[in-house]
Design a protein around this ligand. Structure first.
Ligand SMILES: NC(=O)c1ccc[n+]([C@@H]2O[C@H](COP(=O)([O-])OP(=O)(O)OC[C@H]3O[C@@H](n4cnc5c(N)ncnc54)[C@H](O)[C@@H]3O)[C@@H](O)[C@H]2O)c1
Ligand SMILES: O[C@H]1[C@H](O)[C@@H](O)[C@H](O)[C@@H](O)[C@H]1O
Length: 358
């Protein structure tokens, strides 16, 4: 079998990490081209894998030698490259966010629908993380009963100086927004943002904050966002069900007991915490693209829905009000919204009780 020939646009932190992954971890894929507005960064990254450097991203997408594209540039540039890949009929894996506004995401959704089949996957890697997958398996088995609430924390040791206040939602909380839709098979209907006093490390950022997501199925998901905790990268989640709870475990591989204390390592950053998830994510994407092209990962619709919720949350942050989320009509291409069996069963029972009581 010939290897999938991939071009990577954006050779910053995650672009280089995916480059290394495709060159040294995954089979059946070869990075043949890179592009970056920073020509020095592009040349340096290309040299690590023996890839060609393209003048710009659009030139890379159009290249006959590139079968599929990875978009790892800044969020504001994603739309142009994803639309170009769709126009060329090439599969495209786009790092989150799919685009920076719901309208831009909808333009991608419409272009994909016009193409007539799924070509886009968005880099929401938590869906590939062993711990989140175990959480979902346990939930779907019915072991803790119908879910009522989920408590999450998303803590970054720090963020780049370029981080704008709304990036705490559009770049950071957007992972929990996607995760909640996937975990519970329900859209998010409304959002609120609460803020305690700011951390002395906050600078000009709204740090920390608490998002409260109201799901269409009646659940609440709360998310603490802290982007300057200094001590490491800390991702938490606990689901409260009607019959029990299930939580993400400690990601550290070891714990040390010494001098009357227990110590365990905290991941340094997202590469440390989610490295294995990115491996699975890209392996499944390469397998799907080379094995007939049926993409099952998060797609354009998911990217759009996450962006619509993030947009509402940014308004909630600015106004202090509860903001409802209104989604466009879901095209048939993306199938029916997922409903995990346990959730569907619980709500069907409740609806029939409600009807009996009337
Ligand atoms: N899934 C995750 O957990 C995860 C983790 C990190 C970053 N990301 C996402 O990946 C993207 C990149 O993040 P990063 O941390 O690697 O940023 P980065 O700043 O380290 O790298 C971005 C690169 O894109 C290049 N670039 C900017 N505009 C370009 C353009 N028009 N054409 C080509 N190249 C361009 C920059 O020169 C830079 O080298 C962002 O959308 C970010 O949200 C996702
Ligand atoms: O781009 C990064 C990345 O998406 C990480 O997974 C997230 O924890 C960070 O907050 C964000 O800035």
């Amino acid at each position: 079998m010939t290897a999938l020939r991939v071009g990577v646009i954006g050779t910053g932190l995650i672009g280089r990490d995916h480059l290394r992954r495709m060159a040294t971890v995954l089979a059946g894929v070869s990075v043949v081209a890179v592009a970056d507005v920073d020509a020095v960064a592009a040349a340096r990254a290309a040299a690590t894998v023996g890839a060609a450097v393209h003048r710009d991203g659009l030139d890379l997408v159009a290249s006959g030698g590139v079968d599929a594209v990875l978009v790892c540039s800044w969020g504001g540039t994603h739309e142009e490259y994803v639309l170009a890949a769709l126009a060329a009929g090439k599969p495209v894996f786009c790092e989150k966010p799919l685009a920076t506004t719901p309208d831009a995401c909808l333009r991608i959704v419409r272009a994909e629908v016009a193409h007539g089949g799924r070509l886009v996957q968005v880099g929401y890697m938590r869906r590939y993380d062993a711990a989140y997958r175990a959480l979902k398996r346990t939930l779907d088995s019915g072991a803790v009963g119908a879910p009522l609430m989920m408590h999450c924390a998303h803590r970054n040791a720090g963020v780049p100086a370029s981080y704008e206040p709304e990036n705490t939602i559009t770049d950071t909380a957007v992972h929990e927004i996607d995760m909640a839709r996937w975990m519970f098979g329900s859209e998010i209907a409304a959002v609120r943002v609460l803020r305690p006093r700011a951390s002395r490390n906050a600078g000009r950022l709204p740090d920390p904050m608490l998002l409260v997501l109201e799901l269409a199925n009646g659940m609440l998901v709360d998310v603490e966002i802290s982007v300057n905790v200094r001590y490491g990268y800390d991702i938490r989640g606990e689901i409260l069900g009607e019959d029990g709870t299930v939580a993400l475990g400690d990601p550290g591989l070891i714990s040390v007991r010494r001098s009357g204390q227990v110590a365990a390592p905290v991941p340094a950053d997202w590469r440390d915490r989610f490295g294995a998830a990115y491996d699975v994510e890209l392996r499944e994407w390469v397998d799907a693209v080379t094995g007939g092209g049926v993409l099952t990962g998060p797609g354009s619709w998911d990217g759009y829905a996450a962006s619509a919720v993030a947009d509402a949350a940014v308004r909630a942050l600015r106004t202090g009000e509860r903001v409802t989320v209104t989604l466009a009509e879901r095209p048939a291409l993306y199938g029916p919204a997922d409903r995990p069996a346990a959730v569907a069963a619980a709500w069907d029972v409740r609806e029939s009780h409600d009807r009996t009581a009337e």
